[in-house]
Design a protein around this ligand. Structure first.
Ligand code: NAD
Length: 487
């Protein structure tokens, strides 16, 4: 059976590359190749820049209200096509349909809607200075690039392009080579909604295509989502042309469960923050610090619910709530961390093995895994695993646990469970992380800025401030009086 071949999406339509080079995309739940994609060669790269320049000239000249109206049409189309798009995400990522159906497309659409609403409200300043005055204009940057990870492919494309387009920029997006289709569908939707050709282009490929985007002096900004190590390469490469960067990177986030917490709620948060999207979420609370007085109660409930309530299997089955990891390679990497956990002395509470569910026997599954008796020095406690592996640690002193939670070069997210509101706020204010939750975990509405402290990121996505990251301020001084000159 022949599989479809997708081309790069440039200037409003699909364009064939000249090299003929393609790559295959597999369904992680079946190990079957589901389609091929053409790599963006030099010809495509030149076309992408040329079309983005043309698109930018048209788009940036429109009023913010005109742009907003078009983007809101795209939001409507995204929501109308929710099921078609959600299915693409399930087949590309291996995540459960029951998640994609209500999260991936909708949270992407929410962000475009939010920025479409905000864009017309963005205003400059004006101030008198004596008889003269100055005013400022918020101008778009020009051509922005986005480079995406594979865990939320369509959502990432929406979260990056939404504010960029709302502010009047053109955009070139490179999805992960593991999950390239969602971004193409978004490109088609933008065109159908009335976004001018060239304003949103999709180029396909792996690291080399990403490197071209970060190096190109025709590109004014790069917004990247991926690993810390790759992020460092992107920043170094972007420095060559001093382009603006937004970096959404990895984490090893702590969740602190105090002895006055609602333990069932804390277990829910820990499970969501480790097993949702089979553990492939950047903000996951993979270090769970539990107060010694409630430690046994916490792990008893955690074990029972993990073994009873998680259903792995064909991700398209609406009953399944736990999917396949993105690739065989990633499955093996996650298993190697589990082996390190065992060899370094952690106790395996549950899981710790590959799964081969009857409905998806060839999928890249790893069982939801919990280690207890963990210590701060263990590899599984220090390094991001990006899979369903939770480490539980015990504490008995507030200051000490804050110190331990902060003892990492990462700082993406953190959480606190406590019924004592003074303690909850006091502790969360001391945690070095950009995205924090109290008595909750993982929610990320369009209105809330998200991004990392320390090596987990630079800049923010979502929230009002993100619009500033896609604009530059032009100050204009207006002389109303005669110039005083010594010459
Ligand atoms: P990755 O770093 O391997 O790849 C990310 C993207 O970068 C891909 O599109 C890849 O093709 C591209 N790329 C690779 N090398 C490049 C280079 N030298 N120059 C430019 N681009 C290059 O990450 P991944 O495995 O796709 O995603 C998982 C990681 O992403 C995890 O670390 C996770 O925490 C992180 N993540 C962070 C967030 C966030 O918002 N903070 C969200 C999702 C995922």
């Amino acid at each position: 059976m022949t599989t479809p071949v997708y081309q790069n999406f440039i200037n409003g339509h699909f364009v064939a590359n000249q090299s003929g080079e393609t790559f295959a995309v597999k369904n992680p739940a079946t190990d079957a190749v589901i389609y091929h994609v053409e790599v963006a060669d030099e010809f495509i790269q030149q076309q992408a820049i040329a079309s983005a320049k043309q698109g930018f000239a048209i788009w940036s000249a429109m009023t913010a209200v005109e742009r907003s109206r078009i983007l809101l049409k795209a939001v409507t189309l995204l929501r109308e096509r929710n099921d078609e798009l959600a299915k693409i995400e399930v087949l590309d990522t291996g995540k459960p349909w029951q998640e994609a159906e209500c999260v991936d497309v909708q949270t992407g659409a929410d962000v475009i809607e939010y920025f479409a609403g905000l864009a017309p409200a963005q205003v400059g300043q004006q101030q008198m200075v004596g008889d003269d005055f100055y005013y400022t204009r918020k101008e778009p940057l020009g051509i922005c690039a986005g480079i995406g990870a594979w865990n939320y492919p369509l959502q990432i494309a929406c979260w990056k392009s939404g504010p960029a387009l709302a502010a009047g920029n053109a955009f070139i997006f490179k999805p992960s080579e593991e999950t390239p289709l969602g971004a193409i569908k978004l490109a088609e939707i933008y065109i159908e909604a009335g976004v001018p050709a060239g304003v949103f282009n999709v180029v396909q490929g792996a690291a080399e295509v990403g490197q071209w985007l970060t190096q190109s002096s025709a590109i004014d900004k790069v917004s990247f989502t991926g690993e810390v190590g790759t992020g460092k390469k992107v920043v170094a490469s972007a420095a060559g042309s001093l382009k603006d960067v937004t970096m959404e990177l990895g984490g090893k986030s702590p969740l602190l469960v105090f002895d006055d917490a609602d333990i069932s709620q804390a277990v829910s948060a820990a499970m969501l923050g480790n097993f949702y999207t089979q553990g492939e979420i950047c903000t996951n609370c993979t270090r769970i610090y539990v107060h010694k007085n409630v430690y046994q109660q916490f792990i008893d409930e955690l074990k029972t619910r993990t073994e009873k309530n998680i259903i792995a299997g064909d991700p398209l089955d609406a009953k399944v709530n736990f999917g396949a990891l993105i690739s065989k390679k990633h499955q093996q990497l996650v298993m190697s961390y589990i082996e390190k956990g065992l060899s370094e002395g952690a106790t395996l509470l549950t899981g710790g093995k590959e799964l081969s569910p009857d409905s998806a026997p060839h999928g890249y599954f790893v069982a939801p895994t919990v280690f207890t008796d963990c210590t701060d020095e263990m590899t599984i406690v220090k390094e991001e695993i990006f899979g369903p592996v939770m480490s539980v640690l015990v504490f008995d002193d507030e200051d000490d646990v804050i110190h331990r939670a902060n003892d990492t070069h990462l700082g993406l997210a953190a959480g606190v469970f406590s019924k004592d509101i003074k303690r909850a706020h006091r502790v969360i204010h001391q945690l070095q992380a950009g995205i924090c939750w109290i008595n909750s975990y993982g929610n990320s509405p369009a209105e809330m800025p998200v991004g990392g402290y320390k090596q987990s990121g630079i800049g923010r996505e979502n929230g009002i401030e993100t619009l500033d990251h896609y604009t530059q301020t032009k100050s204009i001084y207006v002389g109303m009086s005669n110039i005083e000159s010594p010459f």
